[in-house]
Structures are given as structure tokens and as C-alpha cells.
Design a protein around this ligand. Structure first.
Ligand code: PEP
Ligand code: MG
Length: 297
């Protein structure tokens, strides 16, 4: 079976009736890039940048981050690398952030909420990303979005930083794709409005399921209730894809559900443009896509 999968390297992600989909990979560290290439992923659909912060005893500097993003972008050649900005808080804690103890960390001070409050942290990461953008094809996406206002604030802040860099004579790519994760029910429900503001959506089904079903994704006692196939989730995915397409942007899935082979047919039918899965699942998903005939579903 392994050998059969190996034969799929270099092959297209195309269904029997000619429908194509992108299959990218999720990584959480620079050391995963080898696996991404080995498994022939089309790009990196989710680079969880948290490791930079979690493996450090202090805030990673702009240069430290720049080196990491640059290396990944270069190693991926011309392939897209979608870096997700800091998603710390809740289950992911680093002492030096000095985050308050909270009653409901999953509903608390985390991710983009930290970045939009402590802008110095956000600035450092964005500057590093922009600087690295000339060494490959970097795209940026933002986690835990709930409103259009947040997105507008982020866009304004990015412009501010670009101006800074211009004034300093530091080059950056001028066509950096920017997108958001759709991982809160709020974002799914207003995806028609959000779609007017960004270049792409990436659906984070892990958190979207947690927040939609009101089930802590970390509580093993609730495993039997945590149903990522729940009709509510499928309907939200459909809504997000349709709203994204209505504004001409692409829509991907980067949560665990993206690699669920029982869902591949559904995703193809809904018109999902990209699935970002763990590197080891890339070829299995490709196999499933190539065996599917969407016209017969
Ligand atoms: C998600 O929530 O589905 C996701 C991809 O992000 P993370 O698992 O890092 O929260
Ligand atoms: Mg998430």
C-alpha cells in the first residue's frame, strides 16, 4: 500500500471527472519542511508559528523570526507557504507572556486578541514576515477572527508596517496574499462580509467544531460527543465556501477534518479549493481524490 502511495508522487490531485483540488501540508516546525517536500505537497497551508514562541525563553526577535520564515520560504522553492500569525493562549502557554490565569482560556485572551492588544508583538512578527517575503512565496493568515473590524484593523496595521519598511529601504513582496482562519461560528456566519476584505479563507475545523458544539477539544471525556461530521459543521463549511466563491476568493480547510478520507467526497462536492493536512496524509488524500467521481455523487 505504501508503495502504491509512493507512485502518486508527481501526480495531479484530480478526480475521475477532471475536478482539481490543492493539497497542502500543515507544519509546526522548520524541521517538518523535509516531510512536506518528500510527500509532494503543493505548498504549506498552515505553518503554526507558535513553536517560535513556545521554544523560546523570551519573545523571539525580528531577526530570529526572519531567519526561520526565510529558510522555510527558500526551502519550499516557489511553493506557497501560508504562515499563521501567533496563536498563543488557551492550551498554548509561554511563561514570559505573563498571561493571566483565566476561567475559560479557550474563550479568553489568545491569538489575534493578544496581537491586537500588544501591538509590539504583532509588529515584530509582521516585519519579519514581510522581510522574508522576497525569498519565496509567503502568504499570511490570522487566527480566531470574529469580526470585520478586526480584519480592517489588521489591514491598516499592515499598511503602517509596510510604510515603515519602505522608509527604511527594506524590500518586501508587494503581492503578499492575506487571509483569515474561519474557526469561530461568528466568522462563518459573517463570511459573506469577511470575504470582501481578504484574499482567502482557511477553515480551522478543530476550533470551529469546539466552538460550534460547545465542546472543549482537549477534554477526553467529551470525545464521544465531539463530532466533527456534525451537520452544523458541514453546513457552515458549505456556507463559507459559497460566500468565499461569491467574492471570488479561494477557500481551504486546514483543521484535522481536511485529512478525513470519509469527508473528501463531500469537500469536493462543496467545491473546497484546498485541503491542508499533515505531511503524512498528503498522498492518501490524493489517492482518495483520484478515485472520486464528483459527477456521480
Ligand atoms: C483549527 O483550529 O482547526 C486549526 C487548524 O488551528 P489549531 O489546531 O492550531 O488551533
Ligand atoms: Mg485553531
Amino acid at each position: 500500500k505504501r508503495q502504491l502511495l509512493q507512485q502518486l508522487k508527481g501526480k495531479e490531485n484530480v478526480t475521475l471527472d477532471g475536478k482539481k483540488i490543492k493539497i497542502y501540508a500543515n507544519i509546526g516546525n522548520t524541521s517538518d519542511v523535509g516531510l512536506v517536500l518528500k510527500n509532494d505537497a503543493g505548498g504549506i497551508g498552515l505553518f503554526r508559528s507558535e513553536f517560535l514562541y513556545l521554544e523560546n525563553n523570551n519573545f523571539p526577535t525580528e531577526d530570529q523570526q526572519f531567519q526561520v520564515y526565510k529558510t522555510v520560504a527558500q526551502n519550499m522553492g516557489g511553493k506557497k507557504v501560508i504562515v499563521r500569525t501567533l496563536d498563543i493562549g488557551a492550551d498554548k502557554q509561554a511563561d514570559y507572556f505573563d498571561l493571566p490565569k483565566e476561567e475559560n482560556p479557550a474563550l479568553g485572551y489568545r491569538a489575534i486578541r493578544i496581537c491586537l492588544t500588544q501591538k509590539d508583538i504583532f509588529r515584530t512578527q509582521l516585519r519579519a514576515l514581510f522581510r522574508a517575503s522576497v525569498f519565496g512565496k509567503i502568504a499570511i493568515m490570522f487566527p480566531m477572527i470574529i469580526s470585520v473590524e478586526e480584519v480592517k484593523e489588521i489591514k491598516e496595521f499592515m499598511e503602517e508596517i509596510k510604510n515603515e519598511l519602505r522608509q527604511e529601504g527594506i524590500p518586501f513582496a508587494d503581492n503578499i496574499e492575506t487571509g483569515i482562519m474561519i474557526e469561530t461560528p461568528a466568522a462563518a456566519m459573517i463570511s459573506d462580509l469577511l470575504a470582501k476584505e481578504v484574499d482567502f479563507f482557511s477553515i480551522g475545523t478543530n476550533d470551529l467544531t469546539q466552538y460550534t458544539l460547545a465542546i472543549d477539544r482537549q477534554n477526553p471525556k467529551l470525545d464521544k460527543f465531539y463530532n466533527a461530521h456534525h451537520e452544523a459543521i458541514v453546513r457552515m463549511i458549505k456556507m463559507v465556501v459559497d460566500n468565499g466563491h461569491a467574492e471570488g476568493i479561494w477557500v481551504g480547510i486546514c483543521g484535522e477534518l481536511g485529512a478525513d478520507l470519509d469527508m473528501t467526497e463531500t469537500f469536493l462536492k462543496l467545491g473546497v479549493d484546498e485541503l491542508s493536512v499533515s505531511p503524512s496524509m498528503v498522498l492518501s488524500v490524493r489517492k482518495k481524490v483520484r478515485e472520486t467521481d464528483v459527477s456521480k455523487l
